[in-house]
Design a protein around this ligand. Structure first.
Ligand SMILES: [Zn+2]
Length: 219
């Protein structure tokens, strides 16, 4: 396979052209208490009514606390009431599934933003033919195949990518994939540069239906 994310690429190191906030420092997850890159975490704030809310774009003023977008971290945070304690807030639901759904929505917003940035940086190729060619040239780092693609060729791209050991995301539908690229529908898309590939993979991987991936989990 092509390049893997290098361990030297430290979290929290600002990379402006990748759209990361230069002031962003590593944050502690209130679930597992490990330190992580806020770019790939969910930020929670207390709203004017005192309720705990997800800050979709990490731009709400005031104190924020961060959580990895993982089921396990969420459960730890809910169990210990970490969000409420840290923010002095209330929560309107203690149901992990409800919060998983909200985190999925939040991640989709962040995913669209990151993908759009990656595209503007020239780090995205779209369409089955281009994705195929990019994989053949070993330039793809991360591959997306639309969940609702009916084309057999899309499935070929998917199995081809898996054979090459490329991380492959196949639960996002073609409309959502296309949105960030300014099209109506896309069957496949590949990301060709870091840190976009790693960031997008982290944003997409934790909330898939499968149990948590072991990739990138440091334990
Ligand atoms: Zn965590």
């Amino acid at each position: 396979m092509a390049r893997v994310e290098s361990p030297e690429e430290t979290v929290g190191v600002p990379i402006d052209q990748a759209g990361r906030d230069p002031s962003a420092r590593a944050r502690t997850c209130v679930g597992c208490r490990e330190v992580g890159d806020p770019t790939t975490m969910i930020r929670f704030v207390r709203d004017p009514e005192g309720l705990t809310q997800i800050d979709l774009r990490h731009r709400c003023p005031g104190r924020g606390v961060y959580l990895h977008p993982r089921r396990r971290c969420l459960q730890q945070a809910l169990h210990r009431k970490s969000l409420q304690k840290a923010l002095g807030s209330r929560i309107d639901s203690g149901d992990p599934e409800e919060w998983m759904e909200r985190m999925r929505t939040a991640l989709m917003v962040r995913f669209q933003e990151r993908l759009s940035l990656a595209r503007r940086a020239g780090a995205v190729v779209s369409g089955i033919e281009m994705v195929r060619r990019t994989m053949a040239e070993n330039l793809a780092l991360l591959v997306f195949v639309a969940s609702d693609s009916s084309e057999g060729t899309a499935r070929q791209v998917s199995s081809n990518a898996m054979r090459k050991g490329l991380p492959t995301i196949d639960w996002i539908d073609g409309r959502q994939l296309a949105c960030a690229v300014g099209l109506e529908y896309l069957s496949a898309l590949a990301v060709t540069r870091e840190p976009f590939a790693s960031d997008l993979e982290v944003l997409c991987t934790p909330l898939t239906k499968e149990p948590e991936s072991s990739r990138g989990v440091h334990e």
